[in-house]
Write a protein that binds this ligand. Sequence first.
Ligand SMILES: Nc1nc2c(c(=O)[nH]1)N[C@H]1C(S)=C(S)[C@@H](COP(=O)(O)OP(=O)(O)OC[C@H]3O[C@@H](n4cnc5c(=O)[nH]c(N)nc54)[C@H](O)[C@@H]3O)O[C@H]1N2
Ligand SMILES: Nc1nc2c(c(=O)[nH]1)N[C@H]1C(S)=C(S)[C@@H](COP(=O)(O)OP(=O)(O)OC[C@H]3O[C@@H](n4cnc5c(=O)[nH]c(N)nc54)[C@H](O)[C@@H]3O)O[C@H]1N2
Ligand SMILES: [Mo]
Length: 680
Amino acid sequence: MRDGATDDLHVATACPLDCPDACSLTVSVRDGRIVELDGGHASDVTRGYICAKVRRFPERMYGPDRVRYPMVRTGRKGSGEFSRVSWDEALEKIASEITRVRDTISPEAILPFCYGGSNGLLTQDAVDMVLFRRLGASRLLRTVCAAPTGAANQALYGKMPSVVYQDYPETKLLILWGVNPGVSGIHAIPYIRAAQKNGAKLVVIDPRTTPQARAADLHLAIKPGTDVVVALAVHRYLFESGHADQAFLDAHTTGAELLRAKAAEWTFERAAEVAGVAAADLQQLAHWYAGSSPALVRCGWGLERNRNGGNASLAVLALPAVGGKFGVRGGGYAMSNSAAWGFTRPWLDAPEPPTRAINMNQLGEVLTEPPSPPVSLLFVYNCNPAATIPDQARVLRGLERDDLFTVVFEQVLTDTVPYADVVLPATTFLEHYDFAKGYGPITMQLTQPVVEPIGEAKSNADVFFDLGRRLGLFDEEQGRGELDSLLRVLNDLPPQVGSDLKATGVARPQWDGAPVQFVDVFPRTADAKVHLFPADLDREAPAGLYAYQPDPASDRFPLALISPASDRTISSTLGELTRPEVRLVIHPDDASARQIGDGEDVRIWNELGEVRCRAQVGTWIRPGTVVLPKGLWRRHTANGYTATALAPATLTDIGGGACFNDARVQVERAGARQQAPGGA
Ligand SMILES: Nc1nc2c(c(=O)[nH]1)N[C@H]1C(S)=C(S)[C@@H](COP(=O)(O)OP(=O)(O)OC[C@H]3O[C@@H](n4cnc5c(=O)[nH]c(N)nc54)[C@H](O)[C@@H]3O)O[C@H]1N2
Ligand SMILES: Nc1nc2c(c(=O)[nH]1)N[C@H]1C(S)=C(S)[C@@H](COP(=O)(O)OP(=O)(O)OC[C@H]3O[C@@H](n4cnc5c(=O)[nH]c(N)nc54)[C@H](O)[C@@H]3O)O[C@H]1N2
Ligand SMILES: [Mo]
C-alpha cells in the first residue's frame, strides 16, 4: 500500500519475538529504510498498538551495535577484538572446525545452543535442526523457560488449548497467578479491564505490587516459591467443604484422591505462615474461587522459576479440574498456547538421534567441568547465554576456555559475541521470512521481509543450509535456503492453515481462535482424562508430587532475589538500546536495617557472585524480597554482572527448569561509588 502524501510504503507483517501477543504490525518504509513501526489489525488482539520497545526496533536494526558482516576473533576471548572476513571464509572455517571436532573427538562434542530469539517456525527447529541432527550433535534441553509449566500442562492436560484474552471479559473471577501482563503481554490489559467492568473480581498473586495488583480486589504478596502451598490450601478447602466437583472428577480425571491427600495438611493457617500472608486472605481467595463461575486462572511463568516451580504449576493448573470450572466461556485456565495448534513439524525430516542431551541451564558447569566427551564446539544462535543463563560468572568462565570453538550467529553485539571465535551476522524479522505464532492469542501470521538485509546479514535458513552443504549433509533436494524452507513449511502445515496464510497472512484454528475448554477442546492426554497425579512426574520430583521444599534463606543470605520481565527488553533482546539506570528494588524495612538510603550504591551478593548498582527503596516489593530486572546486559550494572550472576544453576523439581527466582542474597551499602553504571 502506498501513502499518497508521503509516498511511504506500508507493509503488513508480524512480530515473532518471544512474547505471548505475536502482534500484527504495520511498517512504514521510505527510500528502502524503515521509518516507523506500529500495530496492525490482522491479529485479533493487537488493535493497532504495540509496545514501546518494539516500536524502537529500527534503532536496533540500524544502530551502532548491529553485526553487519562476518568476523573472526583476533584478541583474547572476551576482548571483543575481531577482524572482518568474507562469508565464504567464515563458513569454511566453521565447517572445518565442525569436521575436526566430529572426526577427532565426537559429533557429540558439538552443542547447538539456541532459545527464544525468534519463536518463528523458520528461524528455529527447521534447517538448523536438520543439520545438527544429521551431524549427530548433542541435543539441547531447552529448559531456560516454560519447562516446569510446560511439563505440568502436558502431564495434566496434554497441553489442551487454553483460554485466550478475548474471553477474559466473560469471567466473574480472574486470578493472575505469577504473571505481569502489564509488561509481559500488554494486549491482555484491555480484556482484564473489561472483565472488571463486567463485575469480575480480580486477584493477583505476586510478591510485587504490580499495577494489576494495585487494581485488584485481593493481592496476595506471597514469598517467592510458596505458590504450591497456597494452591493446595485452596484444593483442601474445595475438597473438604463440598466444593470439589465430584461428578467432573469421576468422569474426567484420574488421581483426585491422591491430590486430596496431599492437600489435606495445608490448612489456611499453615499455608499462610509458609507463604507469609494473612490466613484470612487465603480463605477469601478460596471462598471466591469456590463460589464464582466462570472463574479463570491465568497462570504465568514467575511461579515456575524456583525449586518448587513444577509442583506449583501442577497445583495451580489443577484448580479448575477440582473446582469444576470448565465448560463455560471465560472459565478454566490460561497458560501458554504455544502447543494449541497441535501439529508437529513435518518439515523436520531428520529423525532425532539418541545422542547425549544437555540441559541448557547447566551450561556453566558443562563448560567448566567438561563431561566426556567435552563440549568442544558451541554454536550459539537465537540466544544470548552470557546474559540469560543462570550462574553467569561460571558461564563466562566456560566461554573463555581456549579449547572451545564458539560460533555466535547474532543480530547485534550482545554480551555473548565477545566470546566468539567466529561471528555471523543475522537478519532480523524485518529482513527475513518467518511465521509468528502467539502463545497467548491463538493466531499464526506470516512475517515477511520489509527491507533488504542490513550489511551482509543472512537468515538462519540460508546460513544453516549453506553450512550443511559445505559439510556434505544437504543436497539440492533439501532446497536452497530460506524461500524453499518457506514453501516447504507452507505446504506441510495443515491445509487450511497453509492456505489461509497464503491468502491473508493470518490463520486461526477451527474454533475461531477462542476455544471453550471441555466444549471445543479437550485434554490431549492418551486417555483424554485430566491426570491429577501423574506417576512419571511423581518419580521425577525429588520430594514427590505436590511437595513443598522449604525456603533456603540463611542468616548469611536472608533475602530472596527475583528478576521479572521488564518493559525495556524481551529477555535480553533490545538491551543495547538506552534505558533508565537499573536499580535494585528493596523494601524500606530491609533498607533501613542495612542503613541503605534511596539512590545509594549497594552490593548484592551470594556464593555465586556479586552485582553492584544503586538501590531504589519502595514498598511495592514485600519485605524479605529484592528485585532486579530480567534481561540486563553487562553494561547496565557498575561491575558488569547481572541478576543471572546470582541465580543458581539448580533445577526445578519438575521439568529441569531454571531457578531465576530462587536466588538468596545479602545486600549492603557499597560505600563510595567506584564507577558510573552504563546505559543512559
Ligand atoms: N516486556 C517484556 N515482555 C515479555 C518478556 C520480557 O522480557 N519483557 N519476556 C517474555 C517471556 S520470555 C516470558 S517467559 C514471559 C514471562 O511473563 P510473566 O510470567 O508475566 O513474567 P515474569 O515477569 O517472569 O513473572 C511474572 C510475575 O511473577 C512474579 N513472581 C516472581 N516470583 C514469583 C513466585 O514465586 N510466585 C509468584 N506467584 N509470583 C512470582 C514477578 O514479580 C512478576 O511480576 O513474558 C514474555 N514477555
Ligand atoms: N535473571 C533472569 N534471567 C532470565 C530470566 C529471568 O526470569 N531472570 N528468564 C529467562 C527467560 S523467560 C527466557 S525465555 C530466556 C531467554 O534467553 P535467550 O534465549 O538468550 O533470549 P534473548 O535474550 O531474547 O536473546 C535472543 C538472541 O537471539 C537473537 N536472534 C533473534 N532472532 C534471531 C534470528 O533469526 N537468528 C539469529 N541467529 N539470532 C536471532 C537476538 O538478537 C538475541 O540476542 O532468558 C532467561 N533469563
Ligand atoms: Mo521466557
